[in-house]
Design a protein around this ligand. Structure first.
Ligand code: 57M
Length: 359
C-alpha cells in the first residue's frame, strides 16, 4: 500500500523515489514484521491460554517434553498475520508472485489450523489423518503450480547450480516438481518443529538466504553476471522474504527455550510451503536442499527410521526420529541441540550462497 500511495508522489518531491527500491522496502518489511509479531504474540499467548489451545499430553514422547504440557500452540497465526499485513504495506501488489505467496500462506495455514484444532479438540495429538493432510497439501500445491505456470507465465525450464547452459524444458513435469518441492518443504519443516526454536531459527536463516536469491534472480544484470535464471518480477519476492524473516525472528523471541508458545502446524506447514514456493519462483529448487538442509536431514531421518523399522520388524537406526529426539535420548540438553542445529543451518546456507560464484 505504501508503495502505491507514496512512490507516485516522487513527481512532486524526489525523496519519494526511495519507495521504488526493493532494497529499501525489504529492509522496512523486516522491521515492520518483526515489530508486529513482537507486539501481537504476547496478547495472542493470553488468548490461547484463555481458549485452552495448549499442548496436551502425547504418547511416546521423550520425558523432557512432559514439562511442556500446557504451552500454547498455534503461534503461527500471529506470524502469518504479521507477514500478510507487512506485505500489504510494503510490497508492489501488482506483482503476481506476491499474490501466489499470499494464497500459499492462507492455503497451508488453513490445513495446519484444521490439524491443530483437531488435536486440541481430540487431545493426545490426534489431528487430521495423514491422508487428509497430504491430500489437501497436494491439492493446494497443484493450484499454486497452475497459478504460476498458467497465470504468471512462469518458465518451465529447469536450472541446475554450476551448470551454465544445461536448462532442460520440463513442460508438464514442472507441475509435479512444484508439488514435490512445496509439499516436501511443508512436511519437512513440520517434522523439524519439535524443539523450542528448532524450526524458527533455521527458517529465519532460510528466508534470509532466499531474500538475497530473489533479489538476484529479479535483477537482470546480476542474474546474467552470476549466470543464474533471470526471473522478471522475482525481485519483489525479496520483500515477502523480508516479512517472513522479520516475523520468524519476532516469533523466535517467544519461542526460544524455554518456549512460551509453539507455532503449531498452522505455522510449520505454511512457513515450510512458503519456503518451497519461494525456491520454485526464484528457480533455486536444488539449492533448497542445502539452504533447507536441516529440514531435509530431519525428514530423511524419519524416512530412514520408518523404512528400517518396517524392513527389520522393529529395529531402529536412531534412538528416535526425527533426529533431534535421537540427541535428546542421548542425553544432550535441548538448548545444546537447538543451537548446534542453528550452527549447522548457518553453515549450510553460507555454503549454498557460495556456490553462486562457482560457475
Ligand atoms: C510434528 N510435532 C511435535 C507443536 C509444533 C511419522 C512420524 C515421524 C510423524 C511425527 C509427527 O507426529 N510429527 C508432528 C512434530 C510437537 O510439536 C507440535 O507440532 C507443531 C509442529 N508440527 O508447533 O505445536 C511437539 O514438539 C515439541 N515442541 C517443542 N518446542 C517447539 O517449539 O518442544 C514443538 C515446538 C510439541 C512439543 O513437545 O508437543 C512432535 O514432536 O510431535 N512423529 C514424530 O515426530 C514422533 N516420532 C516417531 O514416532 N518416531 C518413530 C518412527 C518409527 C516414526 C521412531 O523413531 O521410533 C515424535 N513425536 C512425538 N513424540 N510426539 C516422537 C516423540
Amino acid at each position: 500500500m505504501i508503495y502505491h500511495l507514496l512512490y507516485p508522489l516522487h513527481k512532486y518531491w524526489i525523496g519519494f523515489n526511495v519507495f521504488r527500491y526493493i532494497t529499501f522496502r525489504t529492509a522496512y518489511a523486516i522491521l515492520t514484521a518483526l515489530f508486529l509479531s513482537l507486539i501481537l504474540i504476547p496478547s495472542f499467548i493470553q488468548f490461547l491460554i484463555n481458549k485452552n489451545w495448549i499442548k496436551t499430553e502425547k504418547p511416546y514422547e521423550p520425558q523432557t517434553h512432559n514439562g511442556k504440557i500446557g504451552t500454547p500452540t498455534m503461534g503461527g497465526i500471529p506470524v502469518l498475520i504479521s507477514v500478510i499485513v507487512t506485505v500489504f504495506l510494503w510490497a508492489n501488489l501488482q506483482n503476481i508472485y506476491i499474490w501466489i505467496l499470499v494464497f500459499t500462506s492462507i492455503f497451508f495455514g488453513f490445513i495446519g489450523f484444521l490439524d491443530d484444532y483437531q488435536k486440541i479438540k481430540r487431545g493426545r495429538g490426534k489431528g487430521l489423518s495423514a491422508k487428509q493432510k497430504f491430500g489437501l497439501q497436494v491439492l493446494f500445491s497443484a493450484i499454486i503450480a497452475i497459478l504460476l505456470i498458467k497465470i504468471a507465465g512462469y518458465s518451465t525450464r529447469f536450472y541446475f547450480p554450476f551448470l551454465k547452459s544445461f536448462t532442460p524444458e520440463l513442460g508438464g513435469f514442472y507441475y509435479i516438481l512444484i508439488i514435490l518441492v512445496v509439499v516436501g518443504a511443508s512436511n519437512a519443516v513440520n517434522l523439524t518443529d519439535g524443539l523450542d526454536g528448532l524450526a524458527a531459527g533455521p527458517l529465519s536463516i532460510s528466508f534470509g538466504s532466499y531474500l538475497l536469491l530473489a533479489y538476484m534472480a529479479g535483477h537482470f544484470k546480476i542474474a546474467r553476471y552470476l549466470q543464474i535464471a533471470w526471473v522478471p518480477g522475482a525481485g519483489e519476492v525479496s520483500v515477502f522474504c523480508g516479512a517472513l524473516l522479520g516475523a520468524c525472528l519476532g516469533f523466535l523471541w517467544y519461542n526460544a527455550y524455554p518456549a512460551e508458545i509453539f507455532m503449531g502446524d498452522v505455522g510449520s506447514l505454511s512457513l515450510g510451503a512458503l519456503l518451497g514456493a519461494i525456491a520454485v519462483i526464484v528457480k533455486q529448487e536444488i539449492l533448497l536442499l542445502l539452504i533447507g538442509g536441516l529440514f531435509v536431514i530431519e525428514a530423511l531421518s524419519v524416512i530412514l527410521q520408518v523404512a528400517y523399522f518396517k524392513m527389520t520388524g522393529g529395529k531402529r537406526i536412531f534412538k528416535m526420529s526425527p533426529l533431534h529426539h535421537h540427541f535428546e535420548l542421548k542425553g544432550w540438553s535441548e538448548p545444546k541441540i537447538i543451537v548446534r542445529f542453528w550452527i549447522i543451518g548457518i553453515i549450510l546456507a553460507l555454503t549454498a550462497l557460495s556456490t553462486l560464484k562457482l560457475r
